[in-house]
Design a protein around this ligand. Structure first.
Ligand SMILES: Cc1cn([C@H]2C[C@H](O)[C@@H](COP(=O)(O)OP(=O)(O)O[C@H]3O[C@@H](C)C(=O)[C@@H](O)[C@H]3O)O2)c(=O)[nH]c1=O
Length: 182
C-alpha cells in the first residue's frame, strides 16, 4: 500500500498494490495496520457508506460537528470522481484551504480525510459508485453543509456546465458563516 501526504499533510492518498493474474486481480482494499502506520495513530471505523451518482453530480461539502465528527476513507469502485477535502479547523495553518484527488475504479486510490475537514466530490462518469468508511455514525443533527461554489474556497471543480446537486446542498451555508472546528 503506497501512500502520500497531500499539500494539506493530514490528508493522505493511498494507492493499494494490485496483483494481476490470468483470473483477474486482487488487492487489499483496507489493512488496519498499514492504515494506522500511514496516518500515525489508531483509527476505528464504525460505518460504511455507498452512493451511486450520475455524471456531474456534486455531493458536498459535508461534515458533522463534534461530538459526532467523522474521519472518512473514501474510494470509487465504478466510474471516477474528483474528491475534495477542505480544512475547516480554525487553528490550522491551512484553514480554508482545499486539496483534491482523482479517485477512480481504474486507479483504485483512496483518500483519508480526518475529522475537521468538509468533504465533497464530483462524479465524472454516469453510475459512479463511491464507497467510504467513517469513524462515527451518521447523526443528522450534527450534519452541516458548505456551498460547493463558495467564492472564498474557490474550488476548481472539473465540471462543465451546471452540476446536479441536492436541494439540501443548494441551500448550504457560505464558508464564512459556517460552524467550523476550533
Ligand atoms: C450520509 C447519510 C445519509 N443518510 C440518509 C439521509 C438522506 O435521507 C439520504 C441521502 O443523504 P445525503 O443527501 O446527505 O447524501 P450525500 O449527499 O451523499 O451525503 C454524503 O455526502 C458526502 C460528500 C459525504 O462526505 C458524506 O459524509 C455524506 O454527507 O441518506 C443516512 O441514512 N445515513 C448517512 O450516513
Amino acid at each position: 500500500m503506497k501512500f502520500e501526504r497531500l499539500a494539506i499533510p493530514d490528508v493522505v492518498l493511498f494507492e493499494p498494490k494490485a496483483f494481476s493474474d490470468d483470473r483477474g486481480l486482487f488487492f487489499e482494499s483496507f489493512n488496519q495496520r498499514a492504515f494506522d502506520a500511514a496516518v500515525g495513530g489508531r483509527v476505528a471505523f464504525l460505518q460504511d457508506n455507498h452512493s451511486v451518482s450520475r455524471k456531474n453530480v456534486i455531493r458536498g461539502l459535508h461534515y458533522q460537528l463534534p461530538p459526532h465528527a467523522q474521519g472518512k476513507l473514501v474510494r470509487v469502485v465504478r466510474g471516477a470522481a474528483y474528491d475534495v477535502a477542505v480544512d475547516i479547523r480554525r487553528s490550522s495553518p491551512t484553514f480554508g484551504k482545499w486539496v483534491g484527488a482523482l479517485l477512480s475504479a481504474e486507479n483504485r486510490c483512496q483518500l483519508w480525510l480526518p475529522a475537521g475537514f468538509a468533504h465533497g466530490f464530483v462524479s465524472l462518469e454516469d453510475d459512479t459508485e463511491f464507497l467510504y468508511k467513517t469513524t462515527d455514525f451518521y447523526d443528522q443533527g450534527s450534519e452541516r453543509s458548505i456551498r460547493w461554489d463558495d467564492p472564498d474556497l474557490a474550488i476548481h471543480w472539473p465540471v462543465s456546465g451546471a452540476p446536479i446537486i441536492s436541494s439540501k446542498d443548494s441551500t448550504a451555508s457560505s464558508f464564512r458563516q459556517a460552524e467550523v472546528f476550533d
